[in-house]
Structure formats: structure tokens, C-alpha cells
Design a protein around this ligand. Structure first.
Ligand code: HSE
Length: 305
């Protein structure tokens, strides 16, 4: 095999209470990549979009993720990685994760599917490390496995795929930039035991609610006492968007990854559409431009097409 085309979906990390642990994959938007085997060693990046992502392989998340995999496999060939991004960098819906995950899924195919999905997550985390200075896997795991995932541990890597009922995500992406590294730097370093207890109660009950298809339990569990109170200050109108979405019938939601996108989950597409109107009404009254997405949570992750 000389060439592989992949699609790598956007993802929502944290899912309110599960900072750095929980995440899910959307069906759209997604990035597209073509990865070609080259006789000459080394990696060449070609960008087919206007986002201005670096093309030096050591400064490109797809480049470092694929390089880690080539090195680990002892491959004697190089790669040309052609990237068409549709997920805007810095949007909070897993743009760097999609590039990293797409690159390793495609490279693995060129290597004869030598690595497991968990190993692919490990290589893709190199891209996340480059993008944010931290080795979190809560975007790359759902991007590679699809559906809803829980990262129990990153060292050693342990990814749990979760059962989940039909769910639709409505996402508003305000056109402001929040760098993940900066959104991580403002977080508290220590958490009082009482707060931690409330938080892990919610993580456990969210996972149980997903498994049982108990929408009321899912709704009650989407509460964050640690990260949201700090990060929401970076997102204009966050509280208003949340209140309007709940009024429109959303189960709950919050900051997508490190923001600025805000996501809301609904039981059905009709409610997700009402939530879209409620969210966009709030932002229409500001001078901030925004994009909206509605997507079912999909069970397919990054895949060759
Ligand atoms: N869990 C990460 C964070 C996701 O919230 O910083 C962002 O990539």
C-alpha cells in the first residue's frame, strides 16, 4: 500500500465533569488527510487549507505523531502528509487531536495495521504534547476509538470505551482564540477533598447514566466544580448560553475541551435544533462572530476511506 486517505473527526473533551478523562467523537466536522509512503526517509507536510499550520514536521502535530510511530516501528521509508483541515485550530473541538490521530491511523495502515488502537492513542499524544505542552488523551482517544471514551490512565495508557444512548451535540464556536496551554495554566493546582468528592461522584454517575441510557442521570451529572468556574471567565456569555440551552431542553453541557466552543447534549435532533437557536440568539446579540454545529455522537473514529 502506497497511499491512505483518512477522515478524522472533531471531538469534545472533558464532557463537563471529566477533565482530561472523558471525551466523545462527533460525525462532523472532520479533517481529511492523505498519507503517502516515500522512498526517501523523513516527513514532508503539505497543507491544503488556509489555517497556516506549520509545515516543518517537528512543529506540526501530525508530523511529530507520525514520526514517533515510524521510529517505534523501525520503518525504512518516509511519508508525505497532505492535510485539509476543516476543524479550526484553537476551536476547542479537538483540531490538533484530529491531525495527530489521522496521521497515526493512516501511517498504521501503511505499516500493515501493526499497532493497536491504544498504541495509536499513545503516538497521537505526542501531537497533543506539541500543541499544548501536556500529554492528555481525552481528545485523541475518542478520535481514534470513536464514540464515548474514558482515559483511566495515561501512564500506562488505559482507554475504556463506554456504552452510550442516542445523543446529539449542539456546539457554538465563538471566533475568539483560547490557547489550551494558557487555559491549563490558570487551573487550580490543588483541589479540596470535599470538592473532589463531588466531582468524582459526577464522573461515576455520568458513566453509569450513559451505560443505562438514563437521560435524567446524565443531565444531573454534567456539573463541574473545578475547571468550569475558572475557565468560563474566558468565554463571553457562557452562563447565558448555558441557561438558554437548558431552557430549550438540553440535558446539559459546558465548555468543549479548553474552549472557546461550548457544547450542549440533547436526547434527540429536534431538541438539538432548538438548542442551536437558543445558543445563536445569545451570540447574535454580541459583536463576536460564531459557527454552529449539530452532530450525533458517532461510534466511528478516524478511519481510512
Ligand atoms: N482536557 C484538555 C483540557 C482538553 O481541558 O485542557 C484540551 O485539549
Amino acid at each position: 500500500m502506497q497511499e491512505v486517505r483518512v477522515q478524522a473527526p472533531a471531538t469534545v473533551a472533558n464532557v463537563v465533569c471529566g477533565f482530561d478523562c472523558l471525551g466523545f467523537a462527533l460525525s462532523e466536522p472532520f479533517d481529511e488527510m492523505i498519507v503517502r509512503r516515500t522512498d526517501a526517509p523523513g516527513i514532508r507536510i503539505i497543507n491544503r487549507d488556509d489555517f497556516g499550520v506549520p509545515t516543518e514536521p517537528e512543529r506540526n502535530v501530525a508530523g511529530v505523531a507520525a514520526a514517533a510511530m515510524l521510529q517505534s516501528s523501525g520503518a525504512d521509508f518516509g511519508l508525505e502528509i497532505e492535510i485539509t483541515k476543516h476543524i479550526k485550530p484553537g476551536s476547542g473541538i479537538g483540531s490538533s487531536a484530529a491531525s495527530s490521530a489521522g496521521a497515526v491511523v493512516a501511517t498504521n495502515r501503511l505499516l500493515g495495521d501493526r499497532f493497536s488502537k491504544t498504541e495509536l492513542v499513545g503516538f497521537a499524544m505526542e501531537g497533543e504534547h506539541l500543541a499544548s505542552g501536556s500529554r492528555h488523551a481525552d481528545n485523541v482517544a475518542p478520535c481514534i476509538f470513536g464514540g464515548f471514551t474514558l482515559v483511566r490512565s495515561t501512564d500506562p495508557l488505559d482507554v475504556v470505551t463506554l456504552e452510550f444512548p442516542p445523543l446529539w451535540a449542539t456546539i457554538i464556536h465563538p471566533q475568539i482564540e483560547i490557547k489550551t496551554a494558557e487555559a491549563r495554566a490558570i487551573l487550580p493546582k490543588d483541589v479540596p477533598l470535599k470538592t473532589a468528592t463531588r466531582q468524582w461522584g459526577n464522573v461515576g454517575s455520568l458513566v453509569a447514566g450513559l451505560a443505562k441510557g438514563d437521560y435524567a442521570l446524565i443531565a444531573r451529572s454534567m456539573e463541574d466544580f473545578i475547571v468550569e468556574p475558572v475557565r468560563k471567565l474566558l468565554i463571553p456569555k457562557f452562563d447565558e448560553v448555558k441557561a438558554a440551552s437548558l431552557d430549550a431542553g438540553a440535558l446539559g453541557g459546558g465548555i468543549s475541551g479548553s474552549g472557546p466552543s461550548i457544547f450542549m447534549l440533547s436526547e434527540d435532533p429536534t431538541t438539538a435544533g432548538r438548542v442551536e437557536i437558543a445558543m445563536s440568539d445569545v451570540y447574535s446579540r454580541t459583536d463576536i462572530e460564531f459557527n454552529m454545529y449539530i452532530s450525533e455522537i458517532t461510534s466511528s473514529g478516524a478511519r481510512s476511506i
